[in-house]
Design a protein around this ligand. Structure first.
Ligand SMILES: Nc1ncnc2c1ncn2[C@@H]1O[C@H](COP(=O)(O)OP(=O)(O)O)[C@@H](O)[C@H]1O
Ligand SMILES: [Mg+2]
Length: 279
């Protein structure tokens, strides 16, 4: 049951066999300690994510969204609270992460980037290439297997990032502002792509974004966090019909949901920017 995070299993993130939800976070607090003192990034976070759910998390900059994902990924242990991820396949990693800056290996081709995880897990060469090609086809990258990351557009790089995470067949896919570096049009197209890919793979997703429209379009629920220390301020269920399309952004119902999230978020954003401004 060894985890990837430095070879040690964080105290509070466990592979759970029988809990109901796919992800259960209970009373999680995270503090960073440095020479300048202790900073509370997250305070008493409780949250459940059901299997197959697309759960979006929004909150002002610095409220601890990435910290939450890092705890879920087992990259930082949490001394306070509990994180349980239900395991439906003992060989499968609990999580895989998609980053805003893609985090691709520049010296590897697209195919070898996607095959990297299976390679590390000892999957034989022919099998890992078969798997990588299959996933690349599903994310719309057939024909680019032998390209290098620098030859791709931002949207294509992020497709590789998503394919690489999916190739690990994680129990839960963690995404940290994956579209934030893209221009507005590419971003729209990628939102639609994400809906399609999610429907195809049926993954449980925890998706961090600061874009409200993205959270409402993609999510089954939107978790709104407070300014630092990050707490769960509210959870907004999104009852838009699926399958969803970009056109739904124009509906009155979408606008109501967008506004509901924005009303919750606006004072947190002001609080965060006051703090940033005041140093
Ligand atoms: N490794 C670290 N050491 C100290 N402070 C950190 C570290 N990582 C993040 N922080 C601080 O914790 C807070 C939350 O950061 P982060 O989780 O990155 O927020 P977000 O992703 O919501 O912008 C911020 O104030 C940030 O400066
Ligand atoms: Mg972040």
């Amino acid at each position: 049951m060894a985890e990837r995070a430095g070879g040690t299993l964080p105290t509070a993130r466990v592979r759970a066999e029988a809990t109901e939800a796919k992800v259960v976070v209970r009373g999680l607090s995270v503090r960073y300690t440095s020479s300048r003192g202790t900073l509370t990034a997250l305070e008493d976070i409780s949250l459940s994510v059901q299997a197959g759910e697309f759960c979006c998390v929004v909150g002002p900059s610095g409220c601890g969204k990435s910290t939450l994902l890092r705890v879920l990924a087992g990259l930082i242990p949490c001394a306070e609270g509990e994180v349980r991820i239900r395991s439906d396949g003992p060989q499968r990693p609990l999580t895989a992460m998609v980053f805003q800056d893609y985090a691709l290996l520049p010296w590897r081709t697209v195919l070898d980037n996607v095959a990297f995880g299976p390679e590390n897990r000892g999957v034989p060469r022919a099998e890992r290439y078969r798997l990588a090609r299959e996933i690349l086809a599903k994310v719309g990258l057939s024909g680019f297997e032998h390209a290098y990351p620098h030859q791709l557009s931002g949207g294509m790089k992020q497709r590789v990032g998503i394919a690489r995470a999916l190739a690990n067949d994680p129990e839960v896919l963690l995404m940290d502002e994956p579209l934030a570096a893209l221009d507005a049009q590419t971003r729209n197209l990628m939102q639609e792509e994400l809906l399609r890919i999610w429907a195809e793979f049926g993954k449980t997703v925890v998706y961090v974004t600061h874009a409200i429209d993205e959270a409402v379009l993609l999510g089954d629920r939107v978790v709104v966090m407070t300014a630092r220390p990050g707490r769960v301020k509210a959870v907004v269920p999104v009852d838009l019909e699926r399958p969803r399309t970009l056109e739904q952004k124009g509906s009155a119902h979408f606008a109501r949901l967008y506004n509901e999230v924005w009303q919750l978020l606006r004072e947190e954003v002001s609080a965060a920017s006051r703090e940033a401004g005041g140093g």
